[in-house]
Design a protein around this ligand. Structure first.
Ligand code: XUL
Length: 515
């Protein structure tokens, strides 16, 4: 038996899986939902909903409280952590945590008779953490781009144009709006490296997968880019942890976890990565050839890339692939956000959502299209939300359901063209991937079969697989154990669908460009 633990700190929850990498068994899994389990923080969906002008921040103390709650609950439930050989994790990408220089010392002396949040709260130099949903840094993006010679330069260096939710522009905004607190900040972590540091009991590196989502890392050099760092904020070079390959070991687990939860003092920690790079691993898509669509709060489309190729329109990103090389990623903010808005508008259940919308309407929805952006969108960049229909008037539930789904995936198809990949199959993951109706629309719009994997959460599983990979286990062996398609759940495109959507996509792009 060889046990590894994978953790995943996402927007709405912190989850864990315990994997036996010899047998391929998932021995335990559990999750703490920030809203339901930690209502005292007043962040029902994992972030402060009162932010103005596009600001979306979370409370990092809530994440720490969740870690103690999750491990305590698993231990009480009978999980024996003493056999775990390695731990790694996945963090929501781009979010950042601002800490004083005391953080490293505090980590080395954590008292297991108390909890993480109360012992580390004094280290925060910024009480809240901007997360990926934040869209408040338009001015800072423009300033960074101008300072280095334009967005083409930012994109060629970092793999993405300057992006509002990315960490560099977020850091610049903090340095401008609160220079005193910025000056007091000794180290800035990503969500991933913050948790990884807590597990290791010392400050640890940012991996190449998540580091590429900051507009600060030079993709070719896989290190901080001096021009981008200097353009972002004064003295930033001294406040960033180093960059390192995703499989790097960071030493034995902190004694806090040994005493409190029964981990072995020899349990190794592997640095964490971002949720999309971890999902790439969990989906078994570390080598080029598979396209993955993850259906979560946001929807993302990603694939491994042998060579970095950048999006000429500036919406797509290139990150480090935790297995080595690169991956592409395109993020659509109105994923479940839009599907839920329609579900709630017509008071539907998910099962009815599928039946209501898809069995009563025809492929192509009789020409009715919708811009399915209930909130400001990332791809394409739109500052205001609110759905727009191609035809005036009120539309019944079944037509709106079909419109939101067809147009979400037409939007995804048109904005992933630049990848130059013609997938033979698409692998889907995330909460909504269980819904056959949604999977059918994806198969129809892309004209290829859609597969689901037999895993409960690809980022969490991917984090566990990365822990084993960091200990020297072969990734392809791990993929054959943990990333297997679910039997009998393949969805084939319906007859005639490809022709309908090949024709409709031109009309959709025209409709989009008219707005
Ligand atoms: C990717 C992105 C989101 C977050 C969600 O660039 O912003 O997918 O990673 O946690």
């Amino acid at each position: 038996m060889s046990l590894v633990l994978g953790l995943d700190s996402s927007t709405q929850s912190l989850s864990a899986v315990l994997l036996d990498t010899e047998s391929g068994a998932i021995l335990a899994d559990d999750s703490v939902n920030f809203g339901n389990d930690l209502p005292q923080f007043g962040q029902p969906h994992g972030y402060d909903e009162s932010g103005a002008r596009g600001e979306v921040h979370s409370n990092p103390l809530m994440w720490l409280e969740a870690l103690d709650l999750l491990l305590g609950r698993m231990k009480e439930g009978g999980v024996d952590f003493s056999e775990v050989t390695a731990v790694s994790g996945s963090g929501q990408q781009h979010g950042s945590v601002y800490l004083g220089s005391c953080f490293g010392e505090k980590l080395a002396q954590l008292d297991p008779s108390s909890n993480l949040a109360s012992q580390l709260s004094g280290c925060l130099t910024r009480q809240s953490s901007p997360i990926w949903m934040d869209s408040s840094t338009g001015a800072e993006c423009a300033e960074i781009a101008a300072a280095v010679g334009g967005n083409e330069v930012v994109c060629a260096k970092s793999g993405s144009v300057a992006v509002e939710r990315f960490t560099g522009p977020q850091i610049r905004k903090f340095a401008k709006s609160d220079p005193a607190a910025y000056a007091e900040t000794g180290i800035i972590h990503l969500v991933s490296s913050f948790f990884a540091s807590i597990m290791a009991g010392k400050n640890v590196a940012i991996d190449h997968g998540d580091g590429a989502g900051m507009n600060l890392m030079n993709l070719a050099a896989k290190d901080w880019d001096a021009d981008l760092v200097n353009a972002t904020a004064d003295g930033l070079g001294e406040k960033l942890p180093p960059c390192a390959p995703s499989a790097s070991k960071s030493g034995a687990i902190s004694s806090y976890f040994v005493t409190k939860y029964g981990f072995s003092p020899t349990c190794e920690t592997i640095i964490w990565s971002g949720d999309n790079p971890c999902s790439l691993i969990g989906m078994g898509a570390a080598s080029p050839g598979k396209v993955v669509i993850s259906l979560g709060t946001s929807d993302t489309l990603f694939a491994a890339m042998p060579e970095p190729r950048t999006d000429p329109n500036g919406f797509g990103h290139v990150f480090g692939n935790p297995a080595g090389g690169y991956m592409s990623l395109i993020c659509f903010k109105n994923g479940s956000l839009a599907r839920e808005a329609v579900k709630n508008q017509f008071k539907l259940e998910w099962s009815a959502f599928e039946k209501e919308g898809l069995s009563k309407t025809l492929l192509g929805n009789g020409g009715l299209m919708m811009l399915p952006f209930y909130e400001p969108e990332i791809t394409p960049a739109l500052d205001t939300g609110g759905p727009i229909f191609s035809e005036l008037g009120t539309h019944p539930a079944e037509q709106v359901v079909r419109a939101v789904l067809e147009c979400q995936f037409l939007n995804m198809r048109t904005h992933s063209d630049w990848l130059g990949v013609d997938p033979e199959r698409i692998f889907i993951t995330g909460g909504a991937s269980e819904n056959d109706g949604i999977a059918q629309v994806i198969a129809n719009v892309f004209g290829v079969p859609v597969e689901r994997l037999d895993v409960p959460g690809s980022a969490t599983i991917g984090a566990g697989m990365r822990a084993a990979h960091g200990m020297g286990e072969d990734l392809s062996g791990l993929e054959s154990k943990f990333s297997r398609p679910k039997e009998g759940r393949t969805i084939e495109p319906e007859a005639g669908a490809k022709e309908v959507y090949d024709e409709m996509i031109g009309d959709f792009v025209e409709f989009l460009n008219r707005q």
